[in-house]
Design a protein around this ligand. Structure first.
Ligand code: ATP
Ligand code: MG
Length: 413
């Protein structure tokens, strides 16, 4: 470990990467806005209890992945995800009277897990939450907004949508019992993690990535047989809605969100393009969450997506915008270049000012910043109140009166 390295699992986002990152965040924000989701932000750290109470003592996140610290007697945690923070915000801000609430968020999340491609310790998520709507229409809309985001980014066709239903609490209680009975019969063959989950969080075993567990899970009882008629009806409405919108999906009865407050809809958009990290967007309905946090019983549904994973899937390179380079020749031109550059920028034109050197050095600098054209100013140009504009792609050049310069530069777009 060296203090001059980025912390393992974190990375610097340099400009080229940042443009992809921005494209994902801005594209998602715009797509979500079409559905009425408005951006909000919660603090990057919360009282540890916010996550303990919502994610529960048995989740991987709470048991292994949180960055927690104590400061001034308070126990705090860097947020591992944002749904708990949003729920806390609507309770503490007294916003539930205004429900339904529809939020979009974007920001860094922190999880202490094993870093690999597409898995970081500081990563970013975009997400949406609809709070206060119990109807399946909200689930449909949330999934449709997710598909719209992926479509806006040009990657929808390279993902697969899987959905499942976890039913209402009655369905889950009855299923949990059947599942535990089945798993107990294979207890000796389960991984240690799954054995631990057996009593406290058995649904999570369905989600295990362990090979041996997967074989056992393959023959586990199916959730469908435990669904109440009401739960069955809810799922039918969600799947009908998606079908009517032309959103392709497949049912995956092993898909779970392993937390107690999740119910009904669970879904994931996955890809085969990112190796072992296949989930790009995951979400579901969490009707029990706000009550579990100490607020009034309030339904909710939403999703979160990994910005780094999505930006790896963007195909086109995102080149930096090309500036114009002012190349002054001589001290008088240099003085003039400074004010000219500022005047052009005031009109929204991107301008680079070479900082030093003779003409050839400054032309090199212009090429280095990939300038679209150079604006050359020497004694002759000054005496005629003009500049020479050289197209750096074709090499063509022409003298342009200064008052016509903006119009000429705009033509390069
Ligand atoms: P995984 O199964 O990959 O661990 P998860 O179930 O922990 O995902 P969620 O908590 O549902 O993930 O988060 C939603 C999305 O955030 C994921 O689908 C993924 O795109 C992204 N994500 C989660 N953890 C990380 C991470 N450590 N690094 C980068 N992206 C992540
Ligand atoms: Mg995880």
């Amino acid at each position: 470990m060296s203090a001059l390295q980025p912390v393992r699992g974190t990375h610097d986002i340099l400009p080229e990467d940042m443009r992809r990152h921005r494209r994902v965040a801005d594209g998602a924000r715009g797509a979500a806005a079409l559905y009425g989701f408005q951006e909000m932000a919660t603090p990057i750290f919360e009282f540890t209890d916010v996550f303990k109470r919502t994610l529960g003592d048995t989740s991987d996140i709470v048991t292994k992945e949180m960055y927690s610290f104590e400061r001034g007697g308070d126990f705090l945690t860097l947020r591992p995800e944002n749904t708990a923070g949003v729920a806390r915000a609507v309770i503490s801000g007294g916003l539930l009277q205004q429900a339904p609430l529809k939020y979009f968020y974007y920001g860094p999340m922190f999880r202490y897990e094993r870093p690999q491609k597409g898995r970081l310790r500081q990563f970013h998520q975009i997400g949406i939450e609809t709070i206060g709507v119990a109807e399946p229409l909200a689930d449909i809309e949330v999934i449709a907004a997710g598909a719209r985001v992926l479509d806006t980014l040009g990657i929808l066709a390279r993902t697969t949508l899987e959905i499942n239903t976890l039913g209402d609490s009655e369905s889950r209680t009855s299923y949990r019992q059947k599942l535990v009975d089945y798993l107990k019969g294979h207890e000796g063959a389960l991984s240690e993690d799954s054995r631990k989950r057996l009593d406290r969080n058995p649904l999570r075993v369905l989600d295990s990535k362990d090979e041996g567990d997967r074989k056992i899970v393959a023959n586990a009882p199916l959730f469908d047989d435990s669904l109440t008629p009401a739960a069955r009806d809810f799922y039918a409405k969600v799947s009908d809605g998606l079908t009517r919108l032309g959103i392709a999906f497949s049912r995956n009865q092993r898909l779970v969100r392993g937390l107690d407050y999740y119910c009904h809809t669970a879904f994931e958009f996955t890809t085969t393009e990112l190796g072992a990290q296949s989930a790009v967007m995951a979400g579901g309905r969490y009707d029990g969450l706000i009550e579990q946090m100490g607020g009034p019983a309030t339904p909710g549904v939403g999703w979160a997506a990994g910005v780094e994973r999505l930006s790896m899937m963007l195909q086109d390179p995102l080149p930096a915008p090309r500036p114009f380079a002012i190349v002054p020749i001589g001290p008088e031109a240099e003085t003039m270049a400074l004010t000219l550059a500022e005047e052009l920028r005031r009109s929204g034109i991107t301008v680079e000012l070479g900082y030093r050197g003779n003409m050839s050095r400054r032309m090199k600098a212009a090429n280095k910043v990939n300038a679209r054209a150079a604006i050359l100013i020497g004694e002759n140009e000054i005496s005629r109140n003009a500049a020479t504009v050289r197209d750096l792609d074709t090499g063509e050049q022409a003298e342009v009166p200064l008052q016509a310069l903006k119009d000429r530069l705009v033509q390069f777009r």
